[in-house]
Design a binder for this molecule. Structure first.
Ligand code: FES
Length: 138
């Protein structure tokens, strides 16, 4: 007789493995054929302060890294309205205002709070690792 594992338990186990690998890995990760991503160093913790975000390019993607209430956040750096780097905008609390036409985005969620942003921003997993800032890219 073969014991059957409930589907919910198997799903939870895979999710736990993927999360654990993503949290600890530094190279390309693959779990059961699913590519999780790669943690890439993009700077050091000294490169970002509450009022000075960091702009980085990872592959073809421009990412803005912010520190809000002692926590790091990574969001698309290019305003979806037209081409402007949001890291050159105005940071106020958890929001960043585009310097070109005034669109406002929530740094912690990427949500567009004021037009003409047009859409929400993509967010990226970011972490501090022994003084370095790393983001998870696919
Ligand atoms: S380019 Fe950002 S609001 Fe226009």
């Amino acid at each position: 007789m073969t014991a059957k594992r409930p589907a919910a338990t198997a799903t939870a186990t895979i999710a736990t493995i993927v999360k654990a690998v993503a949290a600890t890995g530094t190279a390309a990760q693959s779990v059961m054929g699913v590519v999780v991503g790669t943690w890439r160093k993009v700077g050091t913790v000294d490169d970002v302060s509450d009022d000075t975000p960091l702009s980085v390019v990872v592959g073809d993607v421009e990412v803005g890294i912010y520190r809000v209430n002692a926590k790091l956040y990574a969001i698309e750096d290019v305003c979806p309205h037209q081409y402007a780097l949001l890291t050159q905008g105005f940071v106020e609390g958890v929001n960043v205002e585009c310097a070109l036409h005034g669109a406002v985005f929530d740094i912690t969620t990427g949500r567009c709070l004021k037009e003409p942003g047009g859409r929400d921003l993509r967010t990226y997993a970011v972490r501090e690792n022994d003084g370095d800032i790393e983001i998870l890219v696919e």
